[in-house]
Design a protein around this ligand. Sequence first.
Ligand SMILES: O=C[C@H](O)[C@H](O)[C@H](O)COP(=O)(O)O
Length: 264
Amino acid sequence: MPIPARKTTLDMRPPGGPIGASGAARKRGNSSVDMDALKRQAAARALEEVRDGMKLGLGTGSTAKHFVELLGEKVQAGMKVVGVPTSEATKADAIRCGVPLTTLDEVDHLDLTIDGADEIDADLNLIKGGGGALLREKIVASASDRMIVIADDSKWVDALGRFPLPVEVIPFGLAATQAAMARAFAQAGVSGQMVIRKAKEGHAFVTDGGHWIVDAHLGRIGDPPRLAGLLSVIPGVVEHGLFIGLASRAVLAGAQGIRVVERR
Ligand SMILES: O=C[C@H](O)[C@H](O)[C@H](O)COP(=O)(O)O
């Protein structure tokens, strides 16, 4: 599959500048980088794409939460938008921040979805679902004209797969589903341990849709679109965390500034 042409722009506004951010600085390599400030910077840059009257998909996770908070400030200042949250957690955040909400039953398409990711590759394929929201996130992104993924630049990878691939499954027949997943992995040229995600309390993590998550520790995924296709046809798999061809732009915040990567 040919690698699509991309355009990259570098925004030299320093991270953590006028926007400000909370959160403790975390050590990364030799430098101390406030990852939370970078996430907020990426969210703020994506917010510049939001126009009055837009119907928005609101992502889930620590980066998307910054976007919802900043959007709430715009709404308080008079901006008219409506959002469809991708999780119960985001719904609660949006209500707290005063962002008006709607559903995909009331509107059948969205202008723009802004969401985070666990990994982003050069084709803007993503791994998502670290927070367990991948099903609603994919439904919402698929119903949107555009998806902008926002992240600190540690999420940018040469190849997807270092982050365990979340696969949302039906608990019924799980061993058979996992066997089918293992065959799909083999066909796609990957293999690895499958771990049923646990909640803090020790029982299986249950998604907003009432399903379980299997985290597949695969390592480098050579052909993400092929693996996505193979997983999608397994009956016990509700959805997987490979987002192929959905993101049209990535906004990546790093110590040197903000990088915007477009997919064509
Ligand atoms: O299920 C969770 C979502 O896919 C998140 O967007 C993803 O895990 C990234 O989250 P964060 O911004 O907290 O790293």
